[in-house]
Design a protein around this ligand. Structure first.
Ligand code: KG4
Ligand code: ZN
Length: 339
């Protein structure tokens, strides 16, 4: 086959995924085994359970990815794998499997940063997208504003100082009894509510920063719910969801457009699980239209954790000659741009 084929593996949290990606942009297969139904019962991801489920799933998922792509291991040019950030036990499963496979088949091993993978999902969705651009990465564990200067070259300009955006969604959803994962449920319920009904506070830093904070907002929603419960006042869940969401979206929008202004960039690519959020997408598109800034996002299956995005990131590492050895270890706190 003409072009570079990457077999990629992702196991940083609660999805075991394997994919075959051609030239970093074309997905030949993207198999995802989600553990959500198991973790739901516990109200969140249980790390020990996640590791064990990855062990059970990884071999079948990789075989299915090759089968679906209609390629053999022989035809693969390199093996890409997430080595951080994430749950250490979960990461080790994918990493050890990838090392074994790469060693046995004599293919290069490429370590991928999970967050960089999320950003690269945009290269798959938008075939002409090239750096530089601004990326807003919003997931269950991370909230970053990133200046993507070139392929594999990232500068973090803003980040959360406490909770991630998705984490705030999940915690608020749990408090109003919506279950896990809460983001999509708040997104849906908020459509029936009035976003102006309640005024939850936004974090206010007394300094020039593009950083975020969501824990104060989350606490103020929880306080509101507790007070209502103590006073036996019935709450309107849809109004709470819509008002909370307005606060999150406002802050994300303000900071990301400020970044474009500061860096004189005209493109924003959103990434991560929360990039599926309909209110966020609508707000960014509306503001983008006003300001002449293009807003890009991947389709929902590429926003959530998946191996295709890891395959895209691995391809750009491969063609830029980045080398990874077999002593590569899992790095649960791997920073964006760190190798
Ligand atoms: O990127 P992801 O699949 O996993 C991590 O790397 O964290 O993101 C999962 C997060 C969860 O917090 C989930 O509630 C949130 O993304 N999420 C959403 C939506 N879909 C998923 N948050 C808001 N609105 C959505 N539609
Ligand atoms: Zn993720």
């Amino acid at each position: 086959m003409i072009g570079k084929l990457i077999l990629s593996i992702e196991s940083s949290c609660d999805e075991t995924s394997a994919a075959v990606v051609k030239n970093g942009r074309e997905v030949l297969s993207n198999v995802i085994a989600s553990q959500i139904d198991t973790h739901k019962k516990f109200g969140g991801v249980v790390p020990e359970v996640a590791s064990r489920m990855h062990i059970e799933a990884v071999d079948g998922v990789v075989k299915e990815a090759l089968l679906e792509a209609n390629v053999t291991l022989d035809e693969i040019d390199a093996i890409g794998v997430t080595y951080g950030p994430g749950l250490v036990g979960a990461l080790l499963v994918g990493l050890q499997y990838a090392k074994g496979l790469a060693f046995a088949s004599k293919k290069p091993l490429i370590g991928v940063n999970h967050i960089e993978g999320h950003i690269c999902a945009n290269y798959i969705q938008h075939k002409d997208l090239e750096p530089p651009f601004v990326s807003l990465v919003v997931s269950g564990g991370h909230t970053f504003i990133v200046h993507v200067k070139d392929y594999g070259v990232f500068e973090v300009l803003g980040q959360t100082r406490d909770d991630a955006a998705g984490e705030a969604y999940d915690k608020v959803a749990r408090a109003i009894g919506l279950g896990y994962p809460g983001g999509p449920k708040i997104d849906k319920l908020a459509k029936e509510g009035n976003p102006m009904a309640l005024n939850f506070p936004r974090a206010n830093f007394h300094e020039d920063t593009l950083d975020f904070s969501f824990s104060g907002l989350k606490s103020s929603v929880l306080n509101y719910l507790n007070k209502a419960k103590m006073q036996d006042i019935e709450i309107n869940k849809a109004d709470v969801a819509a008002s909370f969401q307005r606060a999150v979206v406002d802050v994300l929008k303000d900071n990301v457009f400020l970044t474009c202004e500061k860096k004189n960039l005209k493109k924003i690519a959103i990434a991560g699980g929360v990039a599926s959020n309909s209110a966020l997408r609508e707000a960014l598109i509306a503001e983008g239209n006003k300001k002449g800034i293009e807003i890009l996002f991947p389709e929902p299956i590429l926003c959530t954790d998946n191996a295709a995005m890891i395959g895209s990131a691995a391809y750009f590492e491969l063609i830029h000659n980045k080398k990874y050895s077999f002593d590569l270890n899992a790095k649960p706190n791997l920073k964006l741009g760190e190798r």
